[in-house]
Design a protein around this ligand. Sequence first.
Ligand SMILES: [Zn+2]
Length: 296
Amino acid sequence: MHVLERGWLSSNNILFFGENENVIIDTGYVTHAQQTLELVKHVLGDRHLHKIYNTHLHSDHCGGNKILHDHYQAQIAIPEAEFYKVNDWDYAKLSFQATGQKCDRFEAHALVKPNDKLMLGDLEWVALAAPGHDPHSLVLYCEKEGLLISADALWEKGFGVIFPELDGRPGFDETRATLDLISELDIRLVIPGHGSPFTDVKKSLEVAYSRIAYLQDRPVRNAENAVKVLLKFLLLERKEIKLVDVPKLLHDIPLVDVANKYHLRFGVIYLGYWAVKQLQRAGAAEVRDMMLVNAD
Ligand SMILES: [Zn+2]
């Protein structure tokens, strides 16, 4: 197993070398696609890449699918519920349009269902349903070695935005149920979708449980977090944005618009101002010469 730890624009990529096949889990964001290919080529050397699995179909997890498929003719396997949407490239039903993000069109060749057994690096893994952040997300568990590939269901300090709640679909209880499921597993190492692999699962679960309680207590907090995360994502992609462009850019992201309409209830201009202030306060952006500039 080889973990390519990426930043926040691109998810981590996890490579497995097996006797019969080499596999990658998740492929990063589309603007990093060339970099992803170079990294994978570097790690694989003369070896071939046979298969691509996506834990879920957010743009930062499947943006390198096309380039890796084109280069290696690797077969792409995705969560069952997304199979037709992907192969019809139904942009409105996939997450890309709603989040204002992009993804190169790719085709799926196989699907993965909850409780399916997968062979990764000659070890047996099981795919487990992990709804909450994304209703169709899977996490992958290897019981023998106590390994969990947790995607955005559990990070060292939290989890991904609970997107379904923004537009009135359930997500909080699902998030908690997924944490309960993870709590039952015997885990030595978690490889998250973003950030470094970590071993103190108990502590991360405590952080995650307290966060879900905090969000569910006042759902507007989840909406606030979503707006901040989606603006930060834009900023990671573009590096800088004119301050005057922020309100319209945010307004044009359907999920931000809906989160604002149902939860925040700001005017468009004020929403832009508020989001900029939030990123500044968190140290995630700076304002210079009327530009919003990315900061890490
Ligand atoms: Zn995600």
